[in-house]
Design a protein. Structure first.
Length: 388
């Protein structure tokens, strides 16, 4: 049997976001779903290549990577913890430039969270599904900082829970949001050693406890500032610990609702650039006109740019990744290159997704085509194009 034909294409005409910054003179050579090379200027077209001229004035960037996506397209992962649910969420986010995401299940019954993890693992195996792993946000969080999580389902981690997560991390990227003060050091050690990505969130921990947990393998902070006590003079808490640390990654919800722009600017100024990343925390209404949805049997309202319970408690964000990039430029004053990296390169590094997040030889051809105003025109996943 003869091997399948080699599929090559050359993307020209757009400004390309490379590791050296935006370039006007670059063309991207893709072969069988991988980036083969970046050609300069008017380099001769390689043989057997389908040349594609992209619209003038556009930007070709690495596809966005969202490590915290609870839902989209009318699907909430807690309510539909299935392969179909995970793929539907990824498909909804793709319209907004996201080519890889972690479908996220928040604190729930053990069987629901394990079903969600198994579904994400199966969805990841489907060609070009856009599902890169799973995010388990809870249930090992602080009852003092539940946010919209159901307090009745919050619990402490046991040896069986730890063993389950260690086993899952052997087959796919697993992100776990936990409260460091609620989890024993031995479990942190075991999970970190197995490759589980640990993130402090929904926590009331002291700055000292957070610092210890970073030594034990905690790698990031989930939606910095939210669901954690505010920074205070005598009690710096998780926020103070995060701002002082140069090693961990911080997820930011840049929607103008969850965190004041001044607080976001402070965090960006205090920490290394490459350790800050954008997340959407999106819920099922993303990509729909729905005004309500249900979580834990309770109605959540979409109003005034907020997703909230009747009592005003925030329940995720009404945000897509392209909007988060735009907001980072307009609200926070970031350059477009940095904002795009926060939506692609830095989340890839956080989750150890070594094959994506950059436009460079050897990377997956997961790309997004944008206008200069960060409107998504379409995406490639594994070299396959889909218009927005």
């Amino acid at each position: 049997m003869s091997p399948p034909p080699v599929r090559r294409m050359l993307l020209r005409g757009a400004r390309v976001l490379t590791e050296a910054g935006l370039r006007d003179d670059a063309a991207v050579l893709v072969e069988n779903g991988l980036i083969l090379d970046i050609l300069q200027g008017q380099a001769a077209e390689p043989p057997g290549v389908a040349e594609e001229w992209l619209p003038e004035g556009t930007i070709l960037a690495p596809g966005f990577i969202d490590v915290q996506a609870n839902g989209g397209g009318g699907v909430l992962f807690n309510e539909t913890p299935t392969v179909e649910g995970a793929c539907a969420i990824a498909a909804a986010h793709r319209r907004f430039g996201t080519t890889s995401l972690l479908p996220t299940v928040i604190t729930d019954r053990p069987e629901i969270m394990r079903q969600a993890a198994a579904a994400a693992q199966a969805a990841k195996l489907l060609p070009d599904s856009g599902v890169a792993g799973v995010h388990l946000e809870g249930p090992f969080i602080s009852p003092k900082r539940p946010g919209v999580h159901n307090p009745a389902l919050i619990r402490r981690m046991g040896a069986e829970d730890c063993a389950y997560l260690v086993a899952r991390a052997g087959s796919m990227p697993v992100l776990v949001t936990l409260a460091p003060e609620e989890v024993e050091d031995q479990f942190l050690d075991q999970m970190a050693a197995a490759g589980v990505v640990l993130s402090a969130g929904h926590t009331a921990a002291s700055a000292e406890r957070v610092a210890t947990s970073l030594f034990q393998g905690v790698r990031g902070f989930t939606h910095l500032y939210n669901a954690m006590p505010p920074l205070a003079g005598r009690e710096p808490g998780p926020v103070g610990a995060a701002l002082l640390d140069d090693t961990a990654w911080c997820g930011l919800i840049v929607d103008g609702v969850h965190v004041h722009a001044a607080s976001l600017k402070l965090a960006l100024a205090a920490r290394p650039q490459a350790r800050m990343l954008l997340v959407t925390d999106a819920m099922s209404v993303l990509g729909t006109a729905a005004e309500t949805f249900t979580l834990y049997g309770t109605t959540i309202f979409r109003r005034r740019g907020r997703l909230e319970r009747e009592d005003g408690t925030l329940a995720g964000a009404d945000l897509d990744m392209a909007a988060a990039v735009r907001n980072s430029v307009t609200m926070l004053g970031l350059g477009i290159e940095r904002a795009l990296a926060m939506a692609s390169t830095y989340p890839a590094d956080f989750m150890r997704l070594a094959d994506r997040g950059r436009i460079a030889p050897g990377q997956r051809a997961d790309l997004v085509l944008l206008t200069e105003q960060v409107k998504v025109l379409g995406t490639w996943i594994g070299g396959g194009w889909q218009a927005a």
